[in-house]
Design a protein around this ligand. Structure first.
Ligand SMILES: *Cc1c(COP(=O)(O)O)cnc(C)c1O
Length: 414
C-alpha cells in the first residue's frame, strides 16, 4: 500500500467541487453500474430516445419528405460537423459528419495519396487499430506503385522522407492509451512535404486537441465513443480549409456535388468540405448523434481535459496502490500529457478478470491478448466511480473471484 490512495470521503469532495458533475444527469446510466467503457460505446443520453422518436414520428411520419428542408435534415452533416469543430480545434466549415470512420479514412487517404502523385508511401504505425491498417492497405492496392510502410510510433517522425505521401496515425492508441505528439509529428511530415492524417477516434471529446494550432491537414474520428452518438453512429472528417479545393473524394457521390439537385450528368465537387459527403445522410442516426453532442452544452474543452487527466491520475494511483501486487502491469503512460482518456493494464488473465469485474458492476473491456481497458469519460465518470472500480478490482484479485470457470467463456464482441 502506498499513501497515494485517498479516502472515499476525499474523493467525494472532489466530485462535489467538479464543474462537470451536473453533466452526469444528462445520461441514463443504469443504477449500480460503474461504466468505464465510454471510449468504446458512449453511454445513452437521457434526451436521445425522445429525440429519435420525434425524428421518426413527427418529422418522418407527419412531415414526410418536406422534412429535408423543414427540419434541416439536408444540413445535418454540416450542422453536426460544426458542433464537433470546437472539440477538436477546427473551424466549423472544416468538419463534416458522414459514413463510418473506416469509410472516411478511405476517402481522405485516397485523396491525400492522389495529391502526392510522386510519392509512393503511406507511413503508418504497426499495431494500430486494425481497420486503419486494413483500409490503408486497400488504398495502396488500388493505387499503382503505392505501399504501406509501418514504423513504430516513436520512430515515425524520423522515418518520414521524400517518398512519404501521407502519414497516417491514431492520436490516442486504442490499446495502450498512449497519446502521440500531434504538433511535433505534423511538423515533421510537413518539413518532408508529406500530408498527415490523424485518427481521433479515442481523442475527440476527452483530450486536448488543436488541429489548426498544429496545422493538421486531415483527420477522422468516431461518433459513438466519447461523442455519445449511439452504436454505429455516423463518423466525422476534417479537411483543413487550405486543402479543401485541391483534394477530391474517391467516392464522388451526389451529396458531395456542388449542386446535387441540378441532377446533371457531370460530377462537379462542392467547393468546401461537403465534397467529402457521398450518399444521403442517415437522419435517424444523425438525430441520435446530435443528442450526443448536446451533452457537451455549457462545457469547455479545458474542463473536459482537466477532468480526464485527474480521473486518469486517480485510477493509476489506485492500480499502483492496490492492484499491482496481483501481477498487473501498467500499459498506459503515467504522464498525463502522454496518455488519452483510458487506462490499460496487462495481466495474463485479463479476460477472466474483466468478466469478474463486470459481474461486480464495473464495465470495462478486454483487448487481446492480455489488456484490461478502463475508459474515463469526463462528462459522466465520477471520481467516486474510479475509487469504487479500484476497490472492486482489488477485491476480485484479493478473493481470487476471477478463477470461477464461468468467467473463462469468450463472447463474440469483446
Ligand atoms: C473505434 C475506432 C475506429 C472505428 O471504425 P468504424 O469504421 O467505426 O468501425 C477506427 N479507428 C480507430 C483508431 C478506432 O479506435
Amino acid at each position: 500500500m502506498t499513501t497515494n490512495w485517498p479516502d472515499l470521503d476525499a474523493v467525494q469532495s472532489w466530485d462535489a467541487a467538479d464543474p462537470l458533475a451536473a453533466c452526469r444527469a444528462r445520461f441514463a446510466l443504469p443504477v449500480g453500474t460503474i461504466y468505464l467503457d465510454g471510449n468504446s460505446l458512449g453511454a445513452l443520453p437521457r434526451a436521445t430516445a425522445a429525440r429519435v422518436a420525434d425524428a421518426v414520428t413527427r418529422q418522418w411520419g407527419t412531415d414526410l419528405i418536406a422534412s429535408w428542408n423543414k427540419h434541416g435534415w439536408i444540413e445535418a452533416p454540416a450542422r453536426l460537423g460544426a458542433r464537433i469543430a470546437p472539440l477538436i480545434g477546427a473551424s466549423p466549415d472544416e468538419v463534416i459528419v458522414a459514413d463510418s470512420t473506416s469509410v472516411n479514412l478511405f476517402k481522405l487517404l485516397a485523396a491525400a495519396c492522389a495529391a502526392r502523385p510522386d510519392r509512393s508511401t503511406i507511413l503508418a504505425e504497426p499495431g494500430n487499430f486494425p481497420t486503419d491498417l486494413y483500409v490503408a492497405n486497400g488504398v495502396a492496392k488500388m493505387m499503382p506503385g503505392r505501399s504501406v510502410r509501418t514504423v513504430p510510433a516513436a520512430q515515425i517522425a524520423a522515418a518520414i522522407d521524400q517518398d512519404t505521401a501521407v502519414v497516417l496515425l491514431t492520436h490516442v492508441h486504442y490499446k495502450t492509451g498512449a497519446m502521440l505528439d500531434m504538433a511535433g509529428i505534423t511538423a515533421a511530415a510537413h518539413r518532408a512535404g508529406a500530408l498527415i492524417l490523424w485518427d481521433l477516434s479515442h481523442s475527440a471529446g476527452a483530450v486536448e486537441l488543436d488541429l489548426n494550432g498544429c496545422s493538421v491537414d486531415l483527420a477522422i474520428g468516431c461518433g459513438y465513443k466519447y461523442l455519445n452518438g449511439g452504436p454505429g453512429a455516423p463518423a466525422f472528417l476534417f479537411v483543413a480549409r487550405a486543402l479543401q479545393q485541391t483534394l477530391s473524394s474517391p467516392l464522388s457521390g451526389w451529396m458531395g456535388h456542388a449542386a446535387p439537385f441540378d441532377f446533371g450528368d457531370e460530377y462537379a465537387p462542392a467547393p468546401g468540405v461537403r465534397r467529402f459527403l457521398c450518399g444521403t445522410p442517415p437522419i435517424l442516426a444523425m438525430s441520435a448523434l446530435e443528442s450526443g453532442l448536446d451533452t457537451f452544452d455549457g462545457t469547455t474543452l479545458a474542463q473536459l481535459v482537466a477532468k480526464s487527466r485527474r480521473l486518469g491520475d486517480l485510477l493509476i494511483a489506485g492500480i499502483e496502490a492496490r492492484c499491482v501486487r496481483h501481477g498487473f502491469t501498467l500499459v498506459t503512460p503515467r504522464d498525463p500529457l502522454a496518455r488519452g482518456s483510458h487506462v490499460s493494464i496487462a495481466h495474463p488473465h485479463a479476460w477472466e478478470i474483466c468478466q469478474a469485474l463486470i459481474a461486480r458492476g464495473v464495465v470495462g473491456d478486454f483487448r487481446a491478448p492480455d489488456v484490461l481497458r478502463l475508459g474515463l469519460t469526463p462528462l459522466y465518470t465520477s471520481f467516486e466511480d474510479v475509487w469504487q472500480a479500484v476497490d472492486r478490482l482489488a477485491a476480485v484479485m484479493d478473493e481470487g473471484a476471477w478463477r470461477d470457470p464461468a468467467f473463462a467463456e469468450r463472447a463474440a464482441v469483446t
